[in-house]
Write a protein that binds this ligand. Structure first.
Ligand code: B16
Ligand code: MG
Length: 213
């Protein structure tokens, strides 16, 4: 019996990937590295520091930077990203997500968030969804990022539901792998998973019930 749903944030609840991309592109270009949208796909679901390391590796200049320099570059990107987030509001919730969340709440299904974004609380506040999420897993409290299962395990713990009774929803390969690594049932948006959808508007309670059979 499914009693809990765990959402990823970027790519499932809202599309902040375009802002991450713009902020990374501008920082990378200052460092003499050109990244494109295809490369950006590899950064989805990956933490801020790991994303920066991938960019520096891609440019072949990773060893030029100390850990302190890497931290300050990541901070710089985050400042730029937060500027871009200023315009975010309810209209940026992806199609069908508000209705789906309401449907889950009306049916007493607990809702958790398993995002690796440290900006998740600000984003949920701006989208007006903060009060509707029962538990936000804190990425700074888990040891390993996606594809390790830690953040999904923490989110399930937070909503107080056993993994077997939870479904996670993800848009990144790293996220789907994280769920598989703890045997959580998965729905993928644009990625392969137990059930794959092409758009968030296809999410519904009826679809969730299919996992009960
Ligand atoms: P921040 P998710 C992830 O969000 C993004 O997909 C990824 O591109 C980003 O680097 C990561 O959050 C960290 O975000 O810099 O805000 O802490 O898909 O796990 O919701
Ligand atoms: Mg995502």
């Amino acid at each position: 019996m499914i009693r809990g749903i765990i959402f990823d944030l970027d790519g499932v609840i809202t599309d902040t990937a375009k802002f991450h991309y713009a902020a990374w592109k501008s920082l990378a270009s200052e460092l003499g590295i050109e990244i494109d949208e295809k490369f950006n796909e590899k950064l989805k679901g990956i933490s801020r520091i790991e994303s920066l390391e991938k960019i520096l590796d891609y440019g072949g200049i990773r060893e030029k930077y100390s850990d302190d320099e890497i931290n300050s570059l990541a901070q710089k990107k985050n400042e730029e990203y937060k500027k871009l987030l200023k315009s975010l509001d309810r209209k940026d919730i992806l199609p069908g997500i508000s209705e789906f969340i309401d449907e889950l709440r009306e049916n007493n299904i607990k809702i958790g968030l398993a995002s690796v974004s440290k900006n998740a609380p600000i984003i949920l506040e701006k989208l007006g969804l903060m009060e509707k999420i029962d538990f936000i897993a804190d990425p700074s409290k888990v040891e390993k990022g996606k594809p390790a299962p830690d953040i999904f395990i923490e989110a399930a713990r937070g909503i107080g539901i056993e993994i077997e009774e939870v479904i996670g929803i993800e848009d990144s390969d790293a996220g789907v792998k994280a769920m598989k690594n703890c045997k959580m049932k998965s729905i993928g948006i644009g990625v392969e998973a137990d059930i794959s959808l092409s758009c968030t508007s296809e999410l519904s309670l009826d679809l969730i019930k299919k996992f009960n059979k």
